[in-house]
Design a protein around this ligand. Structure first.
Ligand code: AMP
Ligand code: MN
Ligand code: MN
Ligand code: MN
Length: 276
């Protein structure tokens, strides 16, 4: 059985493989009642998602997953229940879209210097009208036979100190939270255990995030094990953060990140949908 809430999903408006309308139909068929579409740094899929939900039992929460710089590393902050037509949100996301395009060109140039040619054009083609991400490069390199899996591509080419890595100048944590709040949304720390941070650093992140008005943390995400769910549930209680639940669905191939395939929230937490 599917969870009623899945508050972290991707469509082909960013690096997911299916269009927003298809995502909504699938989620509805699975029995999900509240779905947030949270594409990377863009709200361009939300209108299609909202339309697709008309006449169905499912309701769509307007969301976004914002790439954010914090302490010299990239973290992801999910904004939920944002006004997708908010001017500042539109301005910032269109700037991030061109930044992503410039970064993609540089990634293509660097890969070409490493002997792997024409990847920018291929990644752009794969992204279509969506915003271009490293995930598109990962798929392109797998298709070219350069590596077996997208994870392999990341490890060998697309992360820091590898030949196709290009640093991105994402907004700072305070800017991200300011944007989400201006657009009427609530901010949630995405997949807190995927950053390979020490516990001390994660505590520092939660403290700063709270001070900036951040309200939630993903306690249940596709990549968290049972023990990890308990760990983050304790953090949520300790830091008085509301708990969010999201698969981080991108495609049908990633077994640990399937739509609505989520553990239930541990007791004694405030679900994020009670605070927006
Ligand atoms: P970008 O936002 O363009 O830097 O691309 C990052 C995206 O690539 C993430 O949102 C993930 O969906 C995807 N990804 C897949 N595997 C990895 C990995 N090993 N490291 C980082 N990102 C990954
Ligand atoms: Mn992604
Ligand atoms: Mn993420
Ligand atoms: Mn995500």
């Amino acid at each position: 059985m599917s969870a009623e809430y899945d508050l972290h999903t991707h469509s082909n408006a960013s690096d997911g493989l299916i269009p927003p309308a298809e995502l909504v139909s699938r989620a509805d068929a699975l029995g999900i009642r509240h779905l947030a579409l949270t594409d990377h740094d863009t709200v361009s899929g939300l209108t299609e998602a909202q339309h697709a939900a008309i006449g169905k039992q499912i309701s769509i929460i307007n969301g976004i997953e914002l790439s954010t710089r914090w302490q010299n590393q990239t973290i992801h902050v999910v904004g939920l229940n944002v006004n997708k037509d908010h001017d500042e949100l539109i301005n910032v996301t269109s700037r991030l879209d061109s930044m992503r395009d410039k970064r993609a060109k540089k990634i293509g140039d660097k890969l070409a210097r490493a002997g792997i040619e024409h990847t920018y054009a291929k990644a752009k083609q794969l992204a279509g009208s969506g915003t271009v991400t490293r995930q598109h490069f990962a798929h392109v390199l797998v298709d070219m036979g350069v590596a077996k899996t997208t994870n392999d591509v990341f490890k060998r080419y697309l992360v820091r100190n590898k030949p196709g890595y290009v640093n991105a100048d994402w907004p700072m944590l305070n800017e991200t939270l300011y944007l989400i709040h201006s657009a009427g949304g609530v901010a949630v720390i995405a997949h807190p255990l995927r950053y390979k941070m020490t516990a001390t650093k994660l505590r520092q992140l939660m403290t700063e995030f709270k001070q900036l008005g951040g309200l939630g943390i993903e306690v249940v995400t596709g990549s968290h094990s049972r023990d990890e769910i308990s760990l983050v549930a304790n953090y949520a209680k300790q830091y008085e953060l509301a708990a969010s639940v999201g698969s981080d669905f991108h495609n049908l191939d990633t077994a640990w990140a399937q739509l609505g395939n989520l553990a239930s929230l541990p007791d004694n937490l405030t679900p994020i949908w009670q605070v927006w």
